[in-house]
Design a protein around this ligand. Sequence first.
Ligand SMILES: Cc1cc2nc3c(=O)[nH]c(=O)nc-3n(C[C@H](O)[C@H](O)[C@H](O)COP(=O)(O)OP(=O)(O)OC[C@H]3O[C@@H](n4cnc5c(N)ncnc54)[C@H](O)[C@@H]3O)c2cc1C
Length: 378
Amino acid sequence: MKKKIAIIGSGIAGLTIANLFKANSNFEIMVYEKEKILSLEEGYGIQLAPNSISILNKIGFLNINNNNLFNPLVLNFYSGDDKKICNLDLSNFNSEKIKYTTLRRSTLIEFLKSNLFANNIRFGKEIKKVSKIKEKLLINFKDNTNDLVDYIVVSDGVFSNTKSVIENKNNNPSYSGSIAIRTLLQSTQDFIYEEKSISLIMLKNAHIVIYPVNKDRKLNIVTIIRQKLKTNIDARALIQKEILSQNKNLENLFKGNLESWPIYTSKKPSKSIYENLFYLGDAFYTFHPTMAQGASQSIEAAYELFNLLSKDSKAVQNLYFKKRLEKTKLINSRSKLNYFSFHLSNPLMVKARNFLLKKITKKEKFLNKYLGSIYKTI
Ligand SMILES: Cc1cc2nc3c(=O)[nH]c(=O)nc-3n(C[C@H](O)[C@H](O)[C@H](O)COP(=O)(O)OP(=O)(O)OC[C@H]3O[C@@H](n4cnc5c(N)ncnc54)[C@H](O)[C@@H]3O)c2cc1C
């Protein structure tokens, strides 16, 4: 008999695992999404490293319209006064069909959705209660419907309300101490950075990441600023105070609409009280964005969980958790180091960082350890 899986949340994590299981006739999937429709608003751009592209290729990503993607070959580091410090060759991690990719989140969501049938997703669904009935899990939804399933995958994002309901305890993430401000820019002749690369501009207590999200010269700009948590963020005033005060030339980047949000990260990875319930993506662990691995890890974890469940391995919960914990620790340590070094203000420390960056970006052995261990394809 087919095993039934309920997937809670239709973000990158939920839709990826739904796509993987869809091709396996031993499973029946249903995605339950809280919202009334799939959010295809532009959203921010995302970077997908080879570790996630290799998995997406298994579900048809190579067929996506190439104009809606970009494959940056280089990451350029700049100091706050626009001086290029050095570059990192991203193409070292690429192979013929598996390339570091940047795109809009909506492009990825649309692709993942297009492979599913309309009857694989139900909208306006939120879990009220989960209870164990013999080997199965009974889900009661807030609209008084229910579903009896073999497995539940919870992928409802950073605030995971489902987790709080199921585990019956407070699992709130913590404020990371920084705010993200995002805008889109049509590249112009005035653009002073290399438009076909990823640019990372390091300032005092802030950094800016710029990259193309398609072949149409549309650039995604994300600025991360250290800041106390506020209920109302005036993004333009913040850019003026924390960024343009350091470098007036950056003004051209921020002429469009600015969107802002506080960044939250998880306190620890999540493991359920139920053997057959798994947390995936940001609901498992939300990273700080300085390694740009949140989406890639959601995809990688989806593939790991899919493989474990497909093989009907014993102790899936423990195997899945152990592997994820290792990866989470690895990325977390690098994210924290990046966050610290991108935001230095002491001129001596800045000088030392720039000197070190120039050295290590050319050291193959170091790069293979620092990035290669994360970008490694499955
Ligand atoms: C500034 C910033 C930049 C980033 N840049 C990158 C990057 O360059 N590269 C990268 O890899 N990652 C990046 N990330 C991280 C990445 O976007 C996330 O890690 C990824 O989107 C997580 O996907 P998810 O499916 O777990 O969650 P989400 O995408 O948040 O999806 C959760 C889904 O669950 C639904 N939902 C919520 N509550 C419920 C409920 N109670 N019941 C049912 N459904 C529910 C939501 O509506 C949503 O559809 C960035 C993050 C930030 C903040």
